[in-house]
Design a protein around this ligand. Sequence first.
Ligand SMILES: [Zn+2]
Length: 346
Amino acid sequence: MIYDNEKLKYYAKNILEIPSPTGYTDKIMEFISTELHILNVPFSMTNKGAMIVTIKGKNHEYQKTISAHVDTLGAMVKGIKENGALSLVPLGGFMMNAIDGENCTIETVDGKVFTGTIQTTKPSVHISGDEARDLKRIPENMEVIIDEKVFSKQDVEKLGINVGDIISFDTRTRITENGFVKSRYLDDKASVAILLFVIKHLIKEKIQLPFTTNFFISNYEEVGHGAKAALPENTKEFIAVDMGAPGLDQNSSEYVTCICAKDTSGPYDYNLRKKLINVCKVNAIPYKVDVYPFYSSDASAALGAGYDIKTALIGPGVFASHAYERTHMDSILATVDLVLKYCQEA
Ligand SMILES: [Zn+2]
């Protein structure tokens, strides 16, 4: 299937570049709302800020719900040091090495935005030698150096920066000519772009769905409770669209869509997995089935909350997840294909 790749890239780039650390997702939801308004697609928001788009199908009793999470990793100001640097606390689970030297923004509750850099407390080899090299990258040894002439805690407070302010890391988003997509937060913004694109396609092409299908844009996945509440009542099948995990000893790939058989939370529904594999086979969609050693998804969250649903986990293969990530347009397009064909599956 040939799609409007430029539109897909437009969605992906914009979604990737609007900061949305978990717990701070209003702005990104605004962007998605605006795009849905353009498509004339209604949506609703849950109390905790997730978004639901429902496209009516023939059968309203048996519904499919497809999720992706728009919240990402990030950090929060934990304290202001006497020297004017900020200590930080991570939002979500990542290696501190992955943000060493990264540029960032700090946004105050009044909406003021400052830039800065994440550094270790011993950032110069000319000053600390091997101590700089060997310093363990843990939150206690990392700080934010603000791009302002600040020399004391008072100077920083005068800027309006306070404990609890949101720190967002630069995503360094690049899409290469030959289709590689490199960025922080492809997990899971690549999938949010995929769902938005699928919604656009279903609406523009006036595709009649056999089952009412809901798109659930989750906003607290990185801390484990994204899809724990407010799933549409008649949901019988729930597909989490979230990154596949290619790399060392893994079966996933950056060039196909990945179908997860089992992660840390346990096996996904056997029959739903078979159905998805079959959709791939019938439509010649490249796919790989894999097992993820340290992983759980919004499908795991929904099951944990007690929903009686069949679940599956599919998504683009994201290399170096929770660090500076990479995937390929092939993987994104294969996932678009799988989601679209699954929606139309009777
Ligand atoms: Zn994810």
